[in-house]
Design a protein. Structure first.
Ligand SMILES: Cc1cc2nc3c(=O)[nH]c(=O)nc-3n(C[C@H](O)[C@H](O)[C@H](O)COP(=O)(O)OP(=O)(O)OC[C@H]3O[C@@H](n4cnc5c(N)ncnc54)[C@H](O)[C@@H]3O)c2cc1C
Length: 420
């Protein structure tokens, strides 16, 4: 019997297993699918390096040759591309000036194997059916093992089931985001013209002349590029176009992108993602914690998901380790984790909301001497344990000024997103 059972072997679950095993705590990961399995979310932010370093996984990242990501470029539909280069503002505790783009099937598989090597017991192809409770206290899980329902008791259950949101659904904790209801269509391509300059291995984000519409271009390796169109779900529903038509029409809307993919050839099926912005009412309870996408998901415009997943594992593991020392497995013992994670994710959320509210503001702030470093810090994923984030207030104040000034050049760019 393990002290801790982890539901899901994605980045959040595998990082949790790694942290616990390194602390000498017995843990079992039940992963419902068989790895390698495909997954969306292929570009990391630099703060992930800290966690990958903690669990001694950076050597594997280098050995396996994941593409180095040194920066990011944005392309408004009117041209005038602009970029950030990560080395401009070094980060505390991080000793490389790049992060990575990852083929998720390979990255997730290696990370799960890493957790196993460190001591996690890993079952694949074993979905958890439900978390078992005695009163309010989580006491184990029921899995389907070789076609039979089998119960596994434990002291702490960690839900890392991603957008499967197992506990959120079981306990009815899941709330859809009131603002964002985006939809993504993506595939891999060969023959994308990424240029030859330093930006050829950056992530490229192309703005579309459609509210909340954008496209990612992520270099998976020398040959393969991931491209995804993100749009409001309602816009997709109303268009009645099939995936291919919709994708082609929207990628033609940004001239830089149209040029980059002129000779590109799709090499796998289109995939779609929807209904992905939500939060659970709570991330902890007696005997359980919820981490990664299973706890909360914010819009992926700034590639924040894996960073949040890894940090949630790091923070929650600290409280699980403590709980095993003290014997206190109550919700109260885990609450500091929830506060810390919510605080950081809320910074991402505000940044994303202000970004979508007034697109040219982001362009303006990132190029301004006063705000550039602060915007970089957010893009790096430095969102946790912050007492204040002055740049977000400055963005709000600026938006208010635009709203109040009819003649402001940005006025026509204000979107319908509410600020509160
Ligand atoms: C359109 C889009 C674009 C994105 N782009 C990026 C990006 O560029 N960069 C980035 O960092 N993030 C991105 N993300 C987010 C990223 O995909 C996630 O944040 C990340 O995968 C979260 O990791 P996780 O471990 O919490 O969940 P997952 O990676 O989803 O892992 C959860 C695991 O749990 C397993 N599971 C589910 N239910 C059960 C069950 N009942 N029993 C056992 N196992 C179960 C699943 O099989 C899965 O392997 C994007 C997301 C979307 C939707």
């Amino acid at each position: 019997m393990s002290d801790v059972i982890i539901i899901g072997g994605g980045p959040a679950g595998a990082a949790m297993g790694s942290y616990l095993s390194m602390a000498g705590i017995s843990n079992t990961i039940f992963e419902g699918s068989h790895f390698p399995r495909e997954h969306v979310g292929e570009s990391l932010v630099t703060s992930t390096t800290r966690v990958l370093g903690d669990i001694n996984f950076l050597e594997t990242m280098e050995r396996e040759g994941f593409t180095h990501k040194y920066g990011a470029s944005w392309h408004p539909p009117t041209g005038n591309e602009f970029s950030v280069v990560f080395k401009e503002f070094p980060q505390e505790g991080i000793h490389q000036d790049y992060t990575y783009h990852v083929e998720r099937s390979k990255f997730d598989h290696l990370l799960l194997q890493h957790a196993e090597k460190l001591g996690s017991k890993v079952y694949q192809g074993v979905p958890v059916k439900q978390v078992l409770f005695e009163g309010e206290q989580a006491v184990g899980v029921r899995v389907n093992l070789d076609g039979q329902d089998t119960d596994f008791p434990c002291k702490v259950v960690v839900d890392a089931s991603g957008r499967g949101t197992l506990l959120g659904r079981q306990l009815n904790l899941k709330k859809k985001d009131p603002i964002f209801d985006q939809y993504a269509i993506h595939a891999w391509f060969e023959g994308v013209d990424r240029g030859t300059g330093p930006s050829h291995e950056y992530i490229h984000i192309y703005f579309l002349p459609v509210e909340r519409g954008w496209v990612w271009q992520i270099p998976i390796n020398d040959r393969v590029t991931s491209i995804g169109v993100v749009i409001e779900k309602e816009v997709f529903k109303q268009s009645k176009a099939d995936l291919s038509e919709f994708f082609n029409k929207h990628t033609m809307m940004n001239p830089d992108l149209a040029r980059a993919i002129k000779n590109a050839r799709r090499i796998n099926e289109f995939k779609r993602e929807g209904d992905y912005s939500y939060s659970m009412d709570k991330f902890v309870g007696d005997g359980y914690v919820i981490i990664g996408d299973a706890a909360r998901f914010v819009d992926p415009i700034f590639s924040s998901g894996i960073s949040i997943a890894l940090y949630s594992a790091k923070f929650a593991s600290e409280h699980i380790i403590k709980a095993l020392e003290t014997g206190d497995f109550s919700a109260v013992a885990f609450e500091p984790y929830e506060t810390r994670l919510r605080g950081g994710v809320q910074v991402w959320y505000e940044f994303i909301r202000l970004y979508y509210k007034l697109l040219p503001l982001f362009t303006h702030f990132i190029q301004s001497k006063t705000h550039r470093e602060q915007v970089h810090r957010l893009l790096q994923g430095e969102v946790f344990d912050r007492e204040e984030v002055p740049v977000l207030q400055a963005m709000r104040d600026y938006i208010q000024k635009v709203e109040e000034t009819d003649s402001h050049i940005f006025k026509q760019h204000l979107s319908s997103i509410p600020l509160d």
